[in-house]
Design a protein around this ligand. Sequence first.
Ligand code: MTE
Ligand code: LUZ
Ligand code: MOS
Length: 763
Amino acid sequence: MDYNIDSNRHSSGESLYIDDIVVADSTYYGWVYSIPCAHARIKTILIHEALSQPGVKAILSYKDIPGENQIGGIVFDEPLLAEETVHFFGQPLLLIIATKLRLAKEASRFIKVEYESLPVITDPRIAVEKNELLIPPMIFASGDCERGFAESDVIVSGRADSGGQEHLYLEPQGAIAIPLEGGQIKIISSTQGPTAVQRVCAKVLGLPMHAIEVEVRRLGGGFGGKEDQATPWACLAALACAKLKNPIKLVLPRFEDMCMTGKRHPYSSDFKLGLKKDGTFHAFEVSFYQNGGAATDLSPAVLSRTLFHGANAYFIPHTKFVGYSARTNLPPNTAFRGFGGPQGMFVMEAAIALSAEKLGISAATLQRKNLLRDGQMFHYGQKVKNCQARRSWEQLEKKYDCKKIEQEIAMHNKKHTLSKKGYAYMPICFGISFTKTSMNQASSLVHIYHDGSVAISTAAVEMGQGVNSKICQVASEIFQIQPKRITIHSTNTSRIANTSPTAASSGADLNGKSTERACLLLKERLLDHAAKILNAQNREDISFLKEEVLLYGKKTELTWQKLIEQAFLNRINLSSHAHYATPDIYFDLNTNKGEPFAYHVYGTALIVVSVDTLRGLAEVDKVYVVHDYGQSMNYTVDLGQLEGGLVQGIGWMSTEDLRFDDNTGRLLSSTLSTYKVCDLHGAPKEILSNQLEGSTNPMGIFNSKAIGEPPLMYGIGFYFAVRNAIKAFRGYIDDISICAPYTAEKILSDLYKPLKSQIYART
Ligand code: MTE
Ligand code: LUZ
Ligand code: MOS
């Protein structure tokens, strides 16, 4: 099977998202009220004028919460509705409920809040100076950095900044809450983490988790933005539902979604790389200043993944990575594809770029020389095994004749001044598993109905990444039945309990494996029953092939359909539930050492850009990639993930420029005209990609490897390719700081930044 089972429904518009679900006419609508200030002490709130507006049913504040006003996932520092103080622009303060969305919104104009503005911090370095930390500093170290630098021949230090990123899922945040009997509530949510919604709603409402049912059909994209941050909207809908005993629908309009929700964490980092004369990396030290926003959310986990990926795909014997998670007055930043990994890898690549410039050699020489090999250790104590770093680089060079590409670029740059080309190689190494070991589990429930059709429920949430297609394939392969016999039901906490969010790229691995187990349990029962019908000695004599039941490899009168009918009449259990937990992984949080990852995904990209030196516009001419898919189980789906991830990564590095007002903390890039997501013009004109040969992976489902996040990090190459094009234009780059994204205005100002010699000449 090599397609996405949802593609027909998607392209015909049949697929159901929150806003498509038919609700009762009696449904009320929610509007979230916030004050236009990022840090304030609330003095008075006057609501009665708003309450008397047409259609208004209730205006709820934290005082209406029957349980705990607390939605923090890791640290309990985030209220659902603000109490005495507000900590970010857009923080929910009140919830207005009315018979129509329009009426709720209109009533909000009649709310009067008196508040006192407090100082706003948006810069993580300033926050750290003021000791505004969300959690204590985090340190990952290996070897002995002090000795490492003493033994180095060259030391290069610098600073690298990377910006945030808006998720811009097509479907905004939203939920519908429906009252059931006995105070129970059903919540239909656009969440990557149904259990997180269930747990937090139960806590907020003061109910046991069994009183909340969370249902997810699919998401119009999540990208990490709904791993944790779908929860507040579901809780608000549930709160009003519990209060008013009426169905409630709460969907954020795009503008509110962009202003109120957290994004990828911006980082500012100081680094120092020590190298041997021959270009071998010897010691690497980085201080990462993570802009956490106003509450902890997932910041500690994101920060730890930054520290895990601080050396990208390279071996460095002495490392010291220190992470500071800064509390600022931005919306709490959160998971975003790559989960801190890209931010760490960006700094590594920045250090390589500066080192190459200082040594007068190509970055590619340094990169290639230092790629990981089997037998080495990751700085967090995991052994490097089945390493594909060098193999993917070599296959790329060979497959696409990279030397020739490099020469053509040099030729172009000799001939042209109005257009300069630049290239960068971007190797990646990304660890697969939730770094919190306990989260690496999933379960599946498989029903075979007695007409021979199959329905599967898992913990996985479909968000466009094709996980349901892969789960369908697992059952289709094991039962040897056509995919059209199989349906993947919604993700629902009443059917599958205690789910981890679909995140960390592990959705297909974990849920594929638990589905495999559940199907194998059923298959054993069915083989036994077929053996009985066919008078075979044991189940090993029976096999399934293309809807047929075989005895000693030969067709019999039994088909899948007939076997299921017979099994049902003979009272064979046609349902099974199975659980999967990734084996052999652990991580010691005291020493920050262990084997946290089931395996790593590798790959290498070569990105070629053209810079229009009059206008500062950069175009991606071509991206060449050799990617480690393991044994891809659905290449159409995986290629979509590779290309989509790459383009999203290029967006992060190029046009997606998240701006906040330093004084008020207001999001300035809050519309699609001021926040330029990577569109068709920004995407590469051509992506040539190839599967790494000879990679396999018993830790993945059917020997595949996780695909969701890793390709995003190829996009980092964009930044350094542009930097190289600018160098080709100016002949000089040392005076240009490393600060992503590389927007057209920044490219233009860097192209024409006066050279040092010109500054001297003027003075
Ligand atoms: N692809 C689409 N189309 N939409 C998404 O929201 N999310 C990404 C990635 N690919 C996403 C996507 C992220 S952040 C993750 S973690 C993985 O998909 C999650 O799915 P998986 O674990 O099944 O790969
Ligand atoms: N979420 C999480 C993640 O909770 N832990 C992780 O390690 C992770 N990694 C990537 C994306 N989401
Ligand atoms: Mo993805 S950031 O793990 O949801």
